[in-house]
Design a protein around this ligand. Structure first.
Ligand code: PEP
Ligand code: MG
Length: 612
């Protein structure tokens, strides 16, 4: 189907009209509407019972093959999307793919075909029945709150895959956005996630829809694409005409049709301010992470899944400071062997073109799970409190073959570029010592076999994630070649507040002076032993907290790729003396909120000083 600007017989009313929708992706845009609508598939006769089941089954299978190929093409586009979008649309496509496989939906459709139904009718009736079942399960109360949101989303997924099958059965094409003029605002009754994945954010100024909501896949995807968007703008299509000019504010949810001269001028100012903000962040990519007082820091990115790589490359990160290798074991039926692991590490290292990659060996246990490890009989088992049980290095030292395989794979891949190897959840020097012996033994074995590995072996370092490790950092730093402070777990263990539990979320505060004192100890130990110290917990993504961490002695940070420009801006505005002064005061503060107020006051004095 072709995207057109709707030419409508209805004469739009003159004058400015303000509508409210749900703001789902921030930013302001002004432009002309391009109304996208799908060509309707022909009406479906749901009453027929005289069709040839074999023929209809063959048509259904062809439609499934075509739908699967379309989903695969969408999947191939994933690498072009920003990080969040890749994760969001990737898991959604997986849901669709499973529905097209040997699913309950497929069985239901095929059963209806057995009664002589037309394939289109069988698909429509079955997907509607499943959607209705999700929304109000018979014999059970209708879902409420979060459950209702999930039920609506699931019902939407059934309807969407049904629509796709019907389109392919009837040969009705999909909408395409290629005909939309550059800079137009895409207006639609509704936008499906698969449609949103096709939008080129460099061409579409904003998106407004009549239906939809902020929690759906489409909203998440639009945010990930960085397109200003307002959904659920009731009354939109009835009021909009061909090439209607409109202002969209994705922060407030306001949609203004036919803006007055004054409104349009104000909107242009807002658009320019927003563009300046994005440009400033973009420019920062090439600038060094240098404090206003001259000291240079290292800002790197955390990687959780390989799909994040393009985002890391764009972010201006100077390497990967924490590669969480858990992804190798997640959703895997079997343990990845040495060759498979090497094949995954090597391209990641090569992609960083000489920037260092710190690979953390698998940190399983606590809230992290892996089917592959569980199936191999490797697990935290019956621990009463898994966070305090067999996790991280404890688990690896009990299952040395797992550790040896991972070390060997990393060493093999390490010829592709600079690599460091990181041990999780260390709480005593004995653990580090034992792991180092395994590391050296694996290195010797590979050399004996004639395998090309770096000489000397890549640096072996430890996470500082437990109060014990922070308190013993000076001893640990004698054997660890670098320290990486993991404030996520360090906060949890220091404050005895589970990082994932909502009922103690108010107690879990990485700015608590107790945590800061431990960070200080670790940073000091690194400095004294001349060991590099980095910080790779969520705190490293917080532009307010990073100057404080600098004051505590940390010079290297690893964070979500999307946070790199924001943190860099904060760093470039800050001066070392101020950072140190703040650190002294924070270490003496009574609690986290006091520290937080101090950081906000400091940031307010610097706003945007780091752009240039
Ligand atoms: C941490 O604990 O701060 C950390 C970086 O490790 P993870 O979040 O993977 O536990
Ligand atoms: Mg951790």
């Amino acid at each position: 189907m072709k995207t057109t600007e709707r030419s409508t017989a209805r004469r739009p009313r003159a004058g400015e009209v303000r509508l409210e929708g749900q703001p789902v992706s921030s930013g302001v845009a002004i432009g002309h509407a391009a109304i996208a609508h799908d060509p309707e598939p022909p009406p479906i006769d749901t009453t027929r019972r005289d069709c040839d089941p074999a023929h209809e089954r063959a048509r259904l299978h062809e439609a499934i093959t075509r739908s699967t190929a379309q989903l695969r093409r969408l999947h191939d586009r994933l690498a072009l999307l920003p990080e969040d979008g890749q994760v969001e649309i990737g898991s959604l496509l997986e849901v669709y793919r499973r529905m097209l496989g040997p699913s309950r939906l497929r069985r239901g459709i095929e059963a209806r075909l057995g009664h002589g139904m037309l394939a289109e009718a069988a698909v429509q009736l079955e997907t509607e029945a499943l959607a209705a079942f999700m929304l109000s399960p018979p014999g059970r109360p209708a879902p409420e709150g979060e459950d209702a949101v999930a039920a609506r989303r699931r019902a939407g997924e059934f309807r969407e895959i049904g629509r796709r099958l019907v389109r392919n059965l009837s040969g009705t094409p999909y909408r395409s956005f290629s005909a939309i003029p550059d800079g137009a605002i895409l207006v639609a009754e509704q936008l499906r996630p698969a449609d949103a994945a096709l939008i080129d954010p460099s061409r579409i100024a904003a998106v407004v829809t009549e239906e939809g909501g902020s929690t759906g896949h489409t909203a998440i995807l639009l945010r990930a694409l960085g397109i200003p968007a307002v959904l659920a703008t009731h009354g939109l299509l009835a009021r909009i005409g061909r090439r209607t000019r409109l202002v969209v504010d994705g922060t407030t949810g306001q949609v203004i049709l036919r803006p007055s001269t004054r409104t349009a001028a104000a909107a242009r100012v807002a658009v320019a301010a927003y563009a300046r903000e994005r440009q400033a962040l973009g420019r920062l990519r090439r600038l060094p992470a240098r404090l206003s007082s001259g000291e240079v820091l290292t800002l790197q990115a955390n990687l959780e899944i390989p799909a994040e790589l393009p985002m890391i490359a764009q972010s201006g990160a100077a390497g990967i400071g924490l590669l969480r290798s858990e992804f190798l074991f997640m959703n895997a039926g079997t343990l990845p062997d040495e060759a498979r692991q090497e094949a995954l590490y090597r391209p990641l290292i090569e992609a960083m073109s000489g920037d260092p990659v710190t690979i953390r060996v698998v940190d399983w246990g606590s809230e992290k799970n892996s089917d592959a490890l569980a199936q191999a009989g490797i697990g935290a088992g019956s621990d009463v409190n898994p966070a305090l049980g067999v996790r991280g290095i404890r688990l690896l030292l009990r299952h040395r073959a797992l550790l040896e395989t991972q070390f060997a794979a990393i060493l093999r891949a390490a010829t592709a570029g600079p690599v460091r190897v990181l041990l999780p959840m260390v709480s005593s020097p004995a653990e580090l010592h034992a792991a180092r012996e395994v590391y050296a033994r694996v290195g010797r074995r590979l050399r004996r076999k004639g395998v090309d590995i770096p000489d000397p072996l890549p640096p072996l370092g430890i996470m500082i994630e437990t109060p014990a490790a922070a308190l013993m950092a000076d001893v640990l730093a004698q054997e660890a070649e670098f320290l990486a402070i993991g404030t996520n777990d360090l906060t949890m263990y220091t404050l005895a507040a589970d990082r994932a539990a909502t009922d103690v979320a108010g107690l879990y505060d990485p700015l608590h002076p107790a945590v800061l004192r431990l960070v200080r100890l670790a940073a000091d130990a690194g400095l004294r032993q001349r060991r590099p110290v980095s910080l790779c917990g969520e705190m490293a993504s917080d532009p307010l907290a990073v100057p404080l961490m600098v004051g505590l002695g940390v010079r290297s940070f690893s964070m979500h790729a999307s946070a790199v420009p924001h943190v860099k801006r904060a760093v470039r505005a800050a001066a070392m003396d101020d950072c140190r002064r703040m650190a002294c005061r924070a270490l003496e503060a009574a609690d986290g909120p006091e520290v937080s107020a101090m950081l906000m006051a400091y940031a307010a004095t610097l706003r945007h000083a780091g752009d240039g």
